[in-house]
Design a protein around this ligand. Structure first.
Ligand code: OAD
Length: 235
């Protein structure tokens, strides 16, 4: 596949692409938080039971965004978006804002965004940079204590699925970067793409998922593998 071919690329990223910026992955050795797995904190039930604890989990992550910068892998994908002559879509499971800050714009955040809050009362979805607390009030309806992180929790429907499936159904190249392939539906994107004959399905990861639907796997840190891939595609 060359730049001149102008074919369609869909990229899926997971927390591994942000690891070299200093953000922990979810299932790595530093992935536990106060001894809890993400599956125990990132649920509507956990928020109902222990709202303060869940707010704190996301407050820490939101605050951490002020101390990190996009890395070479985020920047390389933004350059690919700018220079690729065909269709291009970046789908991220990440709730950080590093793709956006790197310059990616054809970007869908299917698990939501740390720097947004949603009101359980009026449904407003607004930018939010501070900590969320039980005293936070909705900028639109002004109700207090109704804001929640704009994050898709386990058991909730991911966002933008129609647009994702549209793009995936036309992809000539699908690349999954830095994701363990444990969380659906993103984990099944490669199966969906595999039903289209001739699609190149590439995994870039620190540890291979072992999913046989990928027809090419490159192991290494994302800053190296993504820069190398983008250079090849734009050569
Ligand atoms: P995981 O923590 O499950 O997987 C991280 C992946 O990144 C693993 O495959 C690692 O091998 C890889 N990795 C680590 N460092 C890397 C590096 N420097 N370069 C390349 N790869 C590296 O995270 P995700 O797959 O993103 O959802 O998890 C998926 C979803 O589970 C998250 O979006 C989150 C979580 O529950 C929600 O919060 C809704």
């Amino acid at each position: 596949m060359t730049k001149k071919a102008g074919q369609s690329i869909v990229i899926l990223t997971g927390s591994g692409i942000s690891a070299e910026s200093g953000l922990p992955t979810f299932r790595g050795s530093d992935g536990l938080w106060q001894g809890r797995r993400v599956e125990e904190v990132a649920t509507p039930e956990a928020f109902e039971r222990e709202p303060l604890l869940v707010q704190q989990f996301y407050n820490l992550r939101r605050a951490a965004l002020q101390r990190v910068e996009p890395n070479a892998a985020h920047l390389a994908l933004a350059a690919l978006e700018r220079e690729w002559p065909g269709e291009y879509l970046l789908i991220t499971q990440n709730v950080d804002d590093l793709h956006f800050r790197a310059g990616s714009r054809r970007l869908l955040s299917i698990h939501g965004e740390l720097r947004r809050a949603r009101c359980l009362s009026c449904g407003a979805d607004t930018p939010w940079m501070e900590d969320l607390t039980p005293d936070s009030s909705c900028p639109r309806c002004h109700e207090v204590g109704k804001l929640r992180p704009h994050i898709v929790w386990f058991g909730e429907a991911p966002m933008h699925m129609d647009q994702c499936l549209d793009a995936l159904s036309q992809a000539d190249l699908f690349v999954a970067i830095g994701t363990s392939g444990k969380v659906y539906p993103a984990a099944s994107f490669v199966d969906f793409v595999a039903s289209r004959p001739g699609t190149r399905r590439l995994e870039l990861n620190q540890e291979a998922t072992g999913n046989p639907r990928f027809n090419e796997v490159r192991i290494g840190p994302a800053t190296e593998t993504v820069q190398a891939l983008v250079a090849e595609l734009l050569a």
